[in-house]
Design a protein around this ligand. Structure first.
Ligand SMILES: N[C@@H](CCC(=O)N[C@@H](CS)C(=O)NCC(=O)O)C(=O)O
Length: 200
């Protein structure tokens, strides 16, 4: 398999997941500005949406969208229990993946875009804060989003919380989120993915 990524982007969640699942894969870096890959070819020939991550499977097909790739990885390594296998627990984990994707990840996106009008930045950050507040309250009496069980929802939350520093927002505003991030950061597969992407 091949994972297409940009260092520190949401593709980090997929990268960590692959490491957690101990799957064999190659990494292909995509340049944010040019959308060129290491080999010089245009990444949009792999994923016409132009965004990372994309995961090329052994049969040549390409999967995109973070929550979908995370589910694929979890299902490829069922013994690692990276997501609940089925039933209501699975749905609760998917609720978190969807919430992180649509409410947290996508609240960051306009903050990173240089074309976003200044007038949007404060309300955009306020919205992001309220969404993080929801996760904070949930984590205030839990170790992981799913309670006692680590899951790929934690990996995705960790990945997006890393971006607060780029926005000069302190993660310390959310003590439970901060503790959660530290817990995830020191997992060996997480360290491995961070190191390979040149991230702290
Ligand atoms: N819905 C997509 C969003 C992916 C996304 O926003 N990727 C960002 C990096 S975090 C990206 O590639 N941005 C560049 C672009 O979209 O042109 C997913 O879940 O994979």
């Amino acid at each position: 398999m091949k994972l297409y990524f940009m260092p520190g982007a949401c593709s980090l969640a997929a990268h960590i997941a692959m490491c957690e699942a101990a799957l064999e894969f190659d990494l292909v870096e995509v340049d944010y500005q040019t959308r060129r890959m290491d080999c010089g070819s245009d990444y949009r020939t792999i994923n016409p949406k132009g965004s990372v991550p994309a995961l090329r499977l052994a049969d040549g097909s390409v999967l995109t969208e973070v929550p979908v790739i995370l589910q694929y990885v979890a299902d490829e390594a069922p013994d690692t229990r990276l997501l609940p296998a089925s039933g209501m627990r699975r749905l609760r984990a998917l609720e978190w993946l969807n919430f992180i994707a649509t409410e947290i990840h996508k609240s960051f996106s306009p903050l990173f875009r240089p074309t976003t009008p200044d007038a949007f930045l404060q309300p955009g950050k306020a919205h992001l804060r309220s969404r993080l507040g929801f996760a904070e309250r949930h984590l205030s009496n839990r170790t992981y989003l799913m309670g006692d069980d680590f899951s790929l929802a934690d990996v995705y939350l960790f990945t997006v919380c890393r971006w607060l520093a780029d926005q000069n927002i302190s993660l310390g505003n959310w003590p439970a989120l901060q503790q959660h991030s530290e817990r995830i950061r020191f997992r060996p597969p997480v360290r491995k993915a961070l190191d390979r992407e040149g991230c702290k």
